[in-house]
Design a protein around this ligand. Sequence first.
Ligand code: G1P
Length: 299
Amino acid sequence: MSKRIRKAVFPVAGLGTRFLPATKTVPKEMLPIVDKPLIQYAVDEAIEAGCDTLIFVTNRYKHAVADYFDKAYELEQKLEKSGKHEQLALVREILPPHVRAVFVTQAEALGLGHAVLCARPVVGDEPFAVLLPDDLIWSRGAGVLSQMADIAEQTGASVIATEDVPAEQTGSYGIVATEAFSGRSGRVTAIVEKPSPDTAPSTLAVVGRYILSPKIFDLLEKTRAGTGGEIQLTDGISALMENDPVTAYRFQGSRFDCGTHLGLIEATIRYALDHETLSVAARELMVNTLSELGIREDP
Ligand code: G1P
């Protein structure tokens, strides 16, 4: 498995119930972080890593995601006619011309492992990436998937992104045990989905970026419902590990859990403060708001 990845899978069939009522009509992947919908950040990261085929695993309620990546002729014509060239470029740059989007339906919400399996006919027999758009990862240098693709290419192993979490949070993540790390990488020796702190093999958590061998598909076909009654990607990886190397990678960057309200707020603050044109005004606005509310900067 030493080819550069070209295909990226985005499981986006979730209902986003945590963000109701906003997600009653707008999929959570379309919620904006400053000036782009959440999904665009993951898509940009995949394209930066060299992917040219984006596979969205979706459901019948997620028309907005497909519409977003489709060409909007009428809108483009209107913008062109009214001379709004900057806005026209924004709409046209959503996907570069060499990238194609493919939509696959997950008819039943049977779990992340099942969602990934739904992409099998499009992925075929080559290593591929999985990106969970809820995990938004800000990075100053190369994006996380690009960092991981380099390692997968060099080593031929599957690679999963990991980060240390507080012990009381192991129940929210896949948790890995590894051999000793060399630099940022260590071979995975065990992986468990959402263990309680007293049974967790470590506090090294899986975050939503994976580069996987296509061998995982046969294993996912055989994977039965696990934690939460769902077919877990973690269990497929656990089976893969028995015969194939899987590397845990401590990525460079900051992750925001945009599956929670606070994570979404935190990401918005970070991206606003780092924004090319908005950062100065955003900082001023934050300082003024804190002072108006009588909240001191340094408590
Ligand atoms: C999924 C995976 C879990 C992983 C997490 C990362 O869980 O099942 O192993 O740690 O994503 O965000 P979810 O957050 O979808 O429940």
